[in-house]
Design a protein around this ligand. Structure first.
Ligand SMILES: [Zn+2]
Ligand SMILES: [Zn+2]
Length: 265
């Protein structure tokens, strides 16, 4: 009776997260080529991609759907997304057979065999972006990246997860000093962009509960962040709330091309 997951890849260059129980195997996003995703499944010992129960989509940005169409066609996999995301993906993922298309609306719960999946909206510049919380046998895993801020509503949904994959997108100074044009900087910093390392720390302080143990810092910007900087900023922010990383909770890195170890939630 266990819930396990691996962040196969995370970052602006492509995202994919694998979640499994004894009876259910799901992929959240397919933001790398189908070939790369197959390689990541092998690296993380997640079994055959072709045998999973489906792919849950968070939103239509290419770093989340790049390999979606090819993967779904190759293995006849069901895809789950909300109606507005389906409309936005039209023309981006090629033809997908009607019987592989399923609707998973925002703020609803779907049960896949022994795994309950709850969807919730985030604030991001996509049609109807949403992320997921997984419940199995009393264990809770929350995934949340690609959001410009973390509302009280979002915090309520992800609060007291045993494991949490959360965005720590950028270091504000690196972003401000960097080479991105101003309109892109404004987009990233805005309410519909991405959260900074400090924002991540502040949000974490509000959602860490007695059961929380593992925090995965995710969706790091390749140009405006570094693993050590992200981790340090989150640690320092948490310290201001008297939360010491390494004791109550463990911070984990994620990588753009190296999967995290398939781990228990
Ligand atoms: Zn996005
Ligand atoms: Zn993204």
């Amino acid at each position: 009776m266990s819930l396990k997951f691996s962040v196969l890849a995370s970052g602006s260059s492509g995202n994919a997260i694998y979640v499994e129980t004894e009876k259910t195997r799901l992929l959240v996003d397919a933001g790398l080529s189908a070939k790369q995703i197959q390689i990541l499944f092998e690296k993380a010992a997640c079994g055959e991609v072709g045998d999973i129960d489906g792919i849950l989509v968070t939103h239509e940005h290419s770093d989340h759907i790049k390999g979606l169409g090819v993967l779904a066609r190759k293995f006849k996999l069901p895809i789950y997304a909300n109606k507005n995301t389906w409309n936005a993906m039209d023309g981006l993922i090629g033809d997908v057979a009607t019987e592989q298309k399923f609707e998973f609306e925002m703020e609803t719960v779907k049960t896949f065999h022994d795994l309950e999946v709850e969807s919730f909206g985030v604030s991001h510049d996509a049609a109807e972006p949403m992320f997921y919380v997984f419940h199995h046998n009393g264990r809770k895993l929350a995934l949340m990246t690609d959001t410009g801020y973390v509302s009280d509503r979002m915090k309520g949904i992800i609060r007291d997860s045993h494991s949490l994959v959360i965005e720590s997108n950028h270091d504000i100074n690196m972003l401000m000093m960097g080479r991105y044009p101003w309109n892109i900087k404004r987009r990233i910093l805005g309410d519909h962009g991405h959260i900074s390392n400090e924002d991540c720390g502040h949000a974490l302080a509000d959602v860490i509960g007695d059961g929380t143990k593992h925090i995965y810092l995710a969706h790091l910007s390749r140009d405006n962040n570094m693993k050590d900087i992200a981790r340090l900023a989150v640690e320092q922010t948490l310290k201001t709330y008297d939360i010491t990383a390494g004791e109550q909770i463990i911070l984990h890195d994620t990588d753009a091309s190296q999967p995290t170890k398939l781990a228990l939630v």
